[in-house]
Design a protein. Sequence first.
Length: 202
Amino acid sequence: MKAPKMQDDSNRLEKPTPFAPDDNQQKTVVALKDGDYGAFDNIFLRYYGPIRSFITSMTHSEELVEELAQRVFVSLWENREKLDPSANIKGYIYRIAKNVTLNYFKSAKVRQSYSQSLTPGHELNEVPSDDLGMAEEIKRLVDLAVNRMPKQRKKIFQLSRYEGLSNEEIAQELNITKNAVERHLTFALKNIREIISSATIF
């Protein structure tokens, strides 16, 4: 998939309204910082929808929104130990979303090879020859990460990336909630990022 052209909407984007964190939110952030999955779920459920809308306003592409939104929360989890409970968690998440989206466009060429390698029916010989080696290595690492995933997460990822099912269709097939599917995909992408990062490809 060819990345759409990035439009400079920096002066027109609606900025999130700042707010002072309340006691409950501070407790949630403290718990997240300590690695509490329940705290992560609370923040995920509260901000996933608004973050999707924010990314859509930057990319003007519904096709990119889901993956980039999931990457935002992968980044939040990976950097949880750096969180300041007294800071504005909402603003922090929005900054992650902005950076994730801008970084996507900066690395569009590599991202194209990666996304193509996960597209159902796409063959590696369709990738430009100068990117073939990288695409093959990425596919190998993705397969390795998928095989190491818990059974349910692996199934959900395969249904999403290899069979092209929507989150809603996966939820119906597995008799789970759509939010559960989204959380599994978020952590699946985290697993893949860890494998790729450890191989120092990017």
